[in-house]
Design a protein around this ligand. Structure first.
Ligand SMILES: Cc1ncc(COP(=O)(O)O)c(C=O)c1O
Length: 321
């Protein structure tokens, strides 16, 4: 229900979000396959690194940090290739705070016949995502982000088309642990042993999904969006500038450029040590210049935004120029 899919092959991988990323790539790719990897931040680049290890014929479509992938650029790349086996993209780029319009990208991918793989580690359960309706073949997420369960489990779903490709592989996936068909034994109607599951985390994830169901998926999306809008307004009042254009902002992760004159790392440390509020620093070119503020699952509350605003108003007094 969270993925909005009827896919039979919907399971959780025992491991962090990166394990699900590796599971998807290792099972879907064989050496020599043609893959188009969209990269517009840190996690798209992590996928690129995995494809390089998988020895596929790799083509990149990139966008500057802070911007989404342009569907026209993807189309041009797809049109230039004879056949494409797989296209991948990150839905919510945690490094930049950009949300990708996956519905439009899926329409661009469809005529090529390629499978579409999407990373929703930072967005599933917090931002609208419709696996079947949009025609996405493989989607994974992590237990610890918008579901607010402990880390260590990664829900993933595979379309029939994707399973078909995996069943017709000429060689088994490199990883025995992440082999989909072996993992499936654990989830099939008559479960058998494959590896030791993380049972306590499974109970926690089950409860997190119950909470999501009680609140309602669409209500959760709406709560996240409203809370994010309040955050933009409050931060802008304090002199922060939003990195991402309003239409491309990822509600679960906001990248805000600090007002001039603020020493970002010591300020962040004060927030954590004195007020128990944790915000992340900027990555790559944004290091030292921007903060990344998460609004995911349980922590996505207007009270938290008001508290951050109150504390920052105090701390920034007399500091900004
Ligand atoms: C978009 C995205 N993909 C993948 C990952 C990797 O997840 P994990 O750290 O659980 O391995 C993260 C983690 O922050 C992420 O934000």
């Amino acid at each position: 229900e969270m993925f909005l899919t009827e896919n039979r092959y919907t399971l959780t991988i025992t491991g962090a979000g990166t394990a699900a990323m590796e599971c998807a790539i290792d099972n879907l790719c064989e050496p020599g396959d043609t893959v188009v990897c969209c990269v517009h931040g840190f996690f798209g680049d992590r996928m690129r690194q995995m494809y390089e290890r998988a020895k596929v014929d790799l083509h990149l479509v990139t966008a500057p940090w802070g911007e989404p992938i342009d569907p026209e650029n993807l189309k041009k790349t797809l049109d230039s290739l004879d056949k494409v086996d797989l296209v991948s993209v990150v839905h919510g780029e945690t490094s930049t705070g950009v949300v990708q319009d996956v519905k439009t990208l899926a329409e661009v991918v469809k005529p090529s016949g390629a499978l579409l793989l999407v990373d929703t580690v930072a967005s599933m359960g917090g931002v609208e995502f419709r696996t079947d309706e949009w025609g996405v073949d493989v989607v994974y997420t992590g237990s610890q982000k918008c579901l607010s369960a402990p880390p260590g489990l990664s829900p993933i779903t595979f379309s029939d088309r994707a399973v078909e490709k995996i069943k017709n592989r000429k060689t088994p996936p490199k990883s025995w642990y992440l082999d989909l068909m072996l993992n499936w034994k654990y989830w099939d109607d008559n479960p058998g042993y494959h590896h030791t599951g993380s049972i306590q985390t499974m109970y926690a994830l089950h409860e997190a999904l119950n909470l999501l169901q009680e609140e309602g998926l669409e209500n959760r999306w709406a709560r996240t969006k409203e809370t994010a809008e309040l955050l933009y307004q409050k931060l802008e009042n304090l002199g922060f500038k939003m990195l991402v254009a309003p239409e491309h902002r990822l509600p679960t992760l906001t990248t805000a450029i600090l007002p001039e004159g603020v020493d970002e790392a010591p300020m962040r440390k004060k927030l954590l040590t004195q007020y128990n509020i944790e915000v992340a620093g900027g990555l790559g070119d944004l290091a030292g210049k921007a903060w990344r503020v998460g609004l995911m699952g349980h922590s996505c509350r207007k009270e938290s935004v008001h508290e951050l605003h109150r504390v920052l108003s105090e701390l920034l007094k007399g500091v900004t120029v």
